[in-house]
Design a binder for this molecule. Structure first.
Ligand SMILES: [Mg+2]
Length: 223
């Protein structure tokens, strides 16, 4: 399981890539959920930013790892503010992580099947594709919402395998989420790599039990 990342890329037939925090800068999502949504919620409800943030973080924690967490309609209903509009207001902040576009171009030119495997809702996926054009570099886009299970669930992997037909032994999966990587490991995905700088505005993440790369581009060293 703890194969070195460059060897993993050489050996894989199917490369599965997470979107937010792996290909795209998680700074966008963190800005939305940790800053902008609490500010708009505070303004709409006549409370301070700190009060709104504390209250929202509790609501976030209650559904973390569930599909609802990734569904903008869910938050529109729960919070009574237009979370979809908030996303559209700041699309200029959506962007690739350093080296990610170079990496996608390089693997696209290789004989590797490349799949996007995300917990992002299809609406958010489309928004991010409209800004970045990332879909051009993938052989398939798979949102967990299509299957009804988040990547944290074993049912997700079974559904993806039935749909996309991958060989676990020759599949490399890259994700910044530790619970998601644990779920993939439990399912038997052969090669797993984490991203240690999913958000360019935050410090390097240490302490993962999975082999890590700072950028997906670091997988290319020997290709
Ligand atoms: Mg991610």
């Amino acid at each position: 399981m703890n194969i070195d990342p460059q060897t993993a890329l050489e050996r894989c037939e199917t490369l599965m890539l997470d979107m937010d925090g792996t290909i795209l800068d998680l700074a966008f999502d963190n800005y939305i959920w940790k800053d902008l949504v609490p500010r708009r919620y505070a303004a709409a409800n006549g409370m301070s930013f700190a009060e709104a943030r504390d209250l929202l973080f509790e609501k976030y924690a209650a559904v973390q790892g569930d599909l609802e967490w990734y569904c903008l309609d869910h938050w529109n209903d729960r919070l009574g503010i237009d979370v979809v509009k908030i996303h559209h207001d700041v699309t200029h902040r959506i962007g690739y992580l350093p080296g990610a576009l170079d990496f996608l171009r390089a693997v696209h030119a290789q004989d590797i099947r490349v799949l996007l495997v995300t917990n992002s809702h299809p609406d958010t996926l489309h928004l991010k594709d409209a800004v970045t054009g990332l879909a051009d570099y993938f052989d398939g886009l798979h949102s967990s919402h299509t299957y009804g299970y988040a990547k944290e669930s074993q049912s997700f992997w079974a559904a993806l395998q039935e749909d996309a037909g991958f060989d676990s032994a020759t599949t490399l999966f890259v994700d910044d989420s530790q619970p998601v990587l644990h779920s993939a490991a439990e399912y038997g995905i052969g090669m797993l790599v984490t991203v240690t700088r999913p958000d360019t505005t935050e410090a390097l993440r240490r302490g993962s039990e999975f082999r890590g790369v700072e950028s997906v581009k670091d997988l290319l060293a020997r290709l």
